[in-house]
Design a protein around this ligand. Structure first.
Ligand code: GTP
Ligand code: ZN
Length: 336
């Protein structure tokens, strides 16, 4: 493999296989039997802020050990630390291992980075924050978030803000066939239902600027501003507002704010990745010709997904919703 090919490999695909040959020979590193588990809650220029045992009161700053190679470490990753894990200012521990991920959220390639990167790992939910007005909702954005969630292994939740300005009925109807929990909030009321859904889970929040995401985060995490500073400062001074941080919820669990993410990387996602998140339709898709895009005529005239509807495995609306998502991945739906 050439150097260029290595760069193209997403680091999350690289598995460290601890075979006999790779066992460390030095007695000074006896497989890190004393390593402590932690969750990554902040990342800033080569320093990782980690919560030991996932405890927000035991934050430690770590640097990556050389043996980690190119393995990427992002917010939400479960890692193992050795060395000084006291968390005392100006101490650094060493990050020696990263667990396999249960979910991934990728941001798109852009001018500064030509590769799609995982930016949040292991989040259980993706909360798509959309204002009902000011700015107006864009179903293209919601659809692309849904695709990223389904393909990355996160359960999507739709949070509709600013319900004092417009009603949610139309959007609720649009997504009625997707088993998508929809929560409605407004800034003059407490987001109780949302707080319950986030309780004791790791959830990523995404939304455009101005939709009221900060307003929500401040209600969910009363100390959010100070904590953002603590988590992302990591002993290096300045706080970069574009890096994602995980903020601890008062009753347990974390919300990951993603200020730097404007769009998700969907280029690597195949139609089958999306269909797999649709029980009933996924089984029928196995009867489709190889490489089927599942969008029906004219793009995929031999697609047999309609059979799922005639056989009662899925409703017509559900199939249409799936096909709308497939189209949004293909980039034929208006971009946001
Ligand atoms: N009418 C109304 N306005 C709201 C509501 N929630 C937030 N706003 C207003 O909408 C504007 C944007 O809110 P923010 O919470 O800053 O939105 P954001 O999504 O974090 O935006 P950025 O900070 O730019 O990322 C502010 O002027 C808020 O006061 C709401 O429920 N109803
Ligand atoms: Zn098909």
């Amino acid at each position: 493999m050439s150097r260029g090919d290595w760069r193209r490999l997403d680091e999350s695909d690289v598995r460290v296989r601890p075979g006999k040959g790779s066992r460390p020979r030095s007695k000074r590193r006896p497989e890190h039997a004393d390593a402590e588990r932690a969750m990554v809650v902040g990342v800033d220029r080569g320093r990782w802020t980690c919560a030991l045992d996932g405890d927000p009161d035991r934050l430690v700053t770590a640097m990556r050990a050389r043996e980690m190679g190119r393995t990427s470490v992002v917010i939400g990753d479960q890692v193992e630390l050795v060395g000084d894990t006291s968390g005392t200012p100006d101490t650094l521990s060493r990050l020696v291992r990263r667990a396999d991920r249960t979910s991934v959220l990728r941001r798109t390639a852009d001018d500064t980075d030509p590769f799609e990167r995982v930016v949040v790992a292991n989040a259980e939910q993706l909360v798509i924050v959309t204002a009902l007005a000011d700015p107006p909702p864009r179903s293209g954005f919601i659809d692309r978030c849904l695709v990223a969630a389904y393909a990355g292994g996160l359960a999507p939740v739709l949070c509709l803000t600013k319900s004092d300005l417009a009603g949610p009925e139309e959007l609720i109807a649009t997504y009625a066939e997707l088993d998508l929990p929809v929560l409605v909030t407004r800034s003059d009321e407490e987001p109780t239902e949302l707080a319950e859904r986030l309780d004791n889970r790791v959830s990523a929040l995404v939304g455009h600027s101005g939709v009221g995401k900060s307003t929500l985060v401040n209600k969910l995490v009363p100390d959010a501003n100070r904590l953002t500073g603590v988590v992302s400062a990591v002993g290096k001074g300045r706080h970069t507002s574009t890096s994602a941080v995980a903020l601890p919820l008062p009753e347990g669990g974390w919300v990951v704010d993603t200020p730097g993410i404007r769009s998700f990387g969907l280029a690597h996602i195949t139609p089958n990745d999306i269909v797999a998140a649709f029980p009933g339709l996924a089984e029928t898709a196995e009867e489709c010709p190889p490489g089927c895009g599942h969008r029906g005529a004219p793009e995929d005239p031999d697609c047999v997904l309609e059979n799922a509807v005639t056989e009662g495995l899925a409703t017509e609306g559900r199939l249409l919703s799936l096909r709308r998502l497939l189209a949004s991945r293909a980039g034929t739906v208006e971009e946001y």
